[in-house]
Each structure stands twice: as structure tokens, then as C-alpha cells.
Ligand binder design. Structure first.
Ligand code: ADP
Ligand code: MG
Length: 352
């Protein structure tokens, strides 16, 4: 198990990471997802041992590796974790082989074993032909492979990634995503992967922790987050397309959409908005119950289906349908809501 218990990090008065609790089973692929500045890198640096927590504990397997309450830390080299940086951070004066060899030398591995291990990981990453090149003689994608090879060479039990693909172009990013997942299955080390890209998160993760202002907004499987988001923040952050969240006025067991005669039965009090999945909204040329008259603002294909979006003031509504509707931008169309929303949110945007 990887256990993060009540972990906090303060920089002077500023709390960058605020009482984080997460525990994941061995071999998990945990993604930390959140907007820039929410504390992802700080949390990852505490896992790596590069930052001493202000409070809380970190446990890898059965080993306590950080105790913020006691101001105590196992140093990075002794905690069997490896970190892959966004910037790759390769040694420019060392060959590919030299870079991968470096952590093995630090670990005082015998020369014969090092040579064997280097060949093994270079092969695993498909870069064995580049062994004698220098970082400035290979592409960005290849450099990232070298950085990953270097990190996994000493067989860490916990692999840490800080936005490792963000410097690669879109096509290479998709390729590397698949390759990292293959690598994870092969070596089985528990991985913690930081990103602000929700598609990356949802496709790679066994578990996702959504962060906002230093706190974990929600921890769960990708499926949990899409089906039962804890807050409008999570609902807006995950899912492709983002969830439809519509403000409502609720009274006497009825929630009504503003400026319309569409209303829903609603047993819970103090409801301020309702969420509808894009798959649950259909399109129609004729008026009917629960139909909002809107104008199409975008039509696009998504995984063999069609996504139709309309803007209505501040509201953005998206429907996903199986057939290809004969619709173009600016065409009028009815968005037909289901009889019941997927969930309700209160005035703080929390799910009720
Ligand atoms: P993320 O990786 O999610 O973009 P970071 O963990 O890098 O976020 O930063 C979280 C917050 O902590 C930011 O507001 C950042 O300015 C602040 N912060 C990070 N490191 C330090 C530091 N060494 N000293 C002071 N503030 C810091
Ligand atoms: Mg960061």
C-alpha cells in the first residue's frame, strides 16, 4: 500500500497541500489531477522525499518514509522511489548509457550487473540503438524515454511522474501514454502521475485524486468521478465532454430551470443546480416535454458518435447521439432533457 495520511505542506503562511489522505493498493496507477498551482508538484515532491511535510505521514508498504509531525524524512536515495521530471533533467555531458548508469553507480551496483540492467531497460523503452548518443543528439520524445529508463533502472517500488508528457507534441503524447501504461503493467510498480490533462488522467488511471487549492476534492476510480462527482468542480474538470450543469430554482419539492417551464421532482432541499450527462440528452426537431429551444454552436465527432453543443447565455449544453444528425452551426434544435438529472448540487457546488 501507498498511504498518505493527513499530509500538509506550508510555505510560510501559505498552505500548498492541505491535509491530504489517500491510500492505494500496490501496483495502482494513481493520477493527481488539478489546475495549475493546486499543489500537485508539492505533493509529489513530498512523496519523492525532496520536500519535508509540515504535518502528516507517508508510508510506502510497511515503511514509514516521512513524518511531518516529527520533522523527519527518509532521504530520496533511500526510499525506493524514482521521479521523472517534466524537463527530463538528463546529464548533458553523459551518453544515454551514462545517464541510465548513474543511479546504479550511486546504488553501488557491481559493474557486470549494471551493464546487464542498462541493456535491459534500454530495450524495454525501445532505445537500445541510442545507447552511445548524447542528450543533444536525440529528440524530445527519445530524451523522455531515457529519463524514464534512468528512473526505472534501480527498480523503484514507487514511480513518480510530474507532467512527463507535457513537452511532447500531441501525437507523441498519445503514443507515450499507451507506452507508459504498457510499462506500468510490465514492471508493476505503484505509480503516481501528476497531470492537469483530464484525458490523460481518465485514460491512464486506476485511481484519480482531483486536487483544488491544496485539498483533495475527490478520490476514486475514473468511473466514480464521471458517474458521481462530489462537486461541480470535479464535474467540470473530468469527463469528455464536461458534464452539463444547469442552475435551478428549487421550492416545495420542485426544481425549475430559470426562464423556462421545465421542472423536475426534487426531494432534497436547497438545490441550486442539476447535472445531466451528455448521453442522456437527446435532440429533436419538434417541441416536447423537457425540451429547450437552442441554436447549435458546434458539431463534432467523438468515438464514432456525434457531439452537439449549444450556448445559451452562460449555459453550455452538450448532447452526444449515436446517429449523425443533419445539423449545422446556428441551426435551431431542441435539446430534450431526461425526466431526472444524474445528480443535484447545493449552493457551494457540493453534490447533495
Ligand atoms: P502545481 O504543481 O499543481 O501547479 P505547485 O505544487 O507547484 O502546484 O504549487 C502550489 C502552490 O505552492 C503554488 O501557489 C506555488 O506558488 C506554491 N509554492 C510551491 N513551491 C513553493 C516554494 N518553494 N515556496 C513558496 N511557495 C511555493
Ligand atoms: Mg506542477
Amino acid at each position: 500500500m501507498l498511504e498518505i495520511q493527513n499530509l500538509s505542506k506550508k510555505f510560510d503562511d501559505f498552505t500548498a497541500v492541505d491535509r491530504v489522505n489517500i491510500s492505494v493498493p500496490d501496483g495502482s496507477f494513481l493520477v493527481l489531477l488539478g489546475p495549475s498551482g493546486c499543489g500537485k508538484t508539492t505533493l509529489l515532491r513530498m512523496l519523492a522525499g525532496l520536500e519535508l511535510p509540515s504535518a502528516g505521514q507517508l508510508i510506502f508498504g510497511d515503511q514509514l518514509v516521512s513524518d511531518g509531525d516529527k520533522g523527519w524524512n527518509v532521504d530520496p536515495a533511500n526510499r525506493r522511489s524514482g521521479l521523472v521530471f517534466q524537463s527530463y533533467a538528463l546529464w548533458p555531458h553523459m551518453s544515454v548509457r551514462g545517464n541510465v548508469d548513474w543511479p546504479l553507480k550511486v546504488a553501488k551496483m557491481a559493474k557486470k550487473d549494471r551493464v546487464q540492467r542498462i541493456d535491459e531497460v534500454l530495450k524495454l523503452l525501445g532505445i537500445e540503438k541510442l545507447a552511445d548518443r548524447f542528450p543533444n543528439e536525440i529528440s524530445g520524445g527519445q530524451q523522455q524515454r531515457v529519463a524514464i529508463a534512468r528512473t526505472i533502472a534501480p527498480r523503484p517500488e514507487v514511480l513518480l511522474f510530474d507532467e512527463p508528457l507535457s513537452n511532447l507534441d500531441a501525437k507523441l503524447r498519445v503514443e507515450m501514454r499507451a507506452e507508459l501504461m504498457r510499462l506500468h503493467r510490465k514492471i508493476g510498480a505503484t505509480s503516481v502521475y501528476v497531470t492537469h490533462d483530464q484525458i490523460e488522467a481518465m485514460t491512464m488511471a486506476t485511481h484519480v485524486a482531483v486536487m483544488n487549492e491544496g485539498k483533495i476534492e475527490q478520490f476514486g476510480t475514473p468511473e466514480d468521478l464521471v458517474q458521481r462527482p462530489n462537486s461541480t468542480f470535479v464535474a467540470n474538470f473530468v469527463g469528455t465532454p464536461p458534464a452539463n450543469i444547469i442552475p435551478v430554482i428549487s421550492m416545495n419539492g420542485i426544481a425549475k430551470i430559470e426562464n423556462s417551464d421545465i421542472q423536475f421532482k426534487c426531494e432534497v432541499p436547497d438545490v441550486r443546480s442539476a447535472m445531466f450527462r451528455a448521453e442522456d440528452i437527446s435532440l429533436s426537431q419538434t417541441a416536447s416535454k423537457n425540451a429547450l429551444a437552442l441554436e447549435v454552436s458546434e458539431v463534432s465527432g467523438i468515438a464514432g458518435r456525434t457531439m452537439v453543443t449549444a450556448l445559451a447565455g452562460p449555459l453550455r449544453l452538450t448532447s452526444i447521439v449515436d446517429e449523425v444528425p443533419k445539423l449545422q452551426v446556428d441551426d435551431p434544435v431542441y435539446f430534450v432533457l431526461p425526466d431526472k438529472p444524474a445528480c443535484w448540487f447545493d449552493q457551494d457546488g457540493k453534490r447533495i
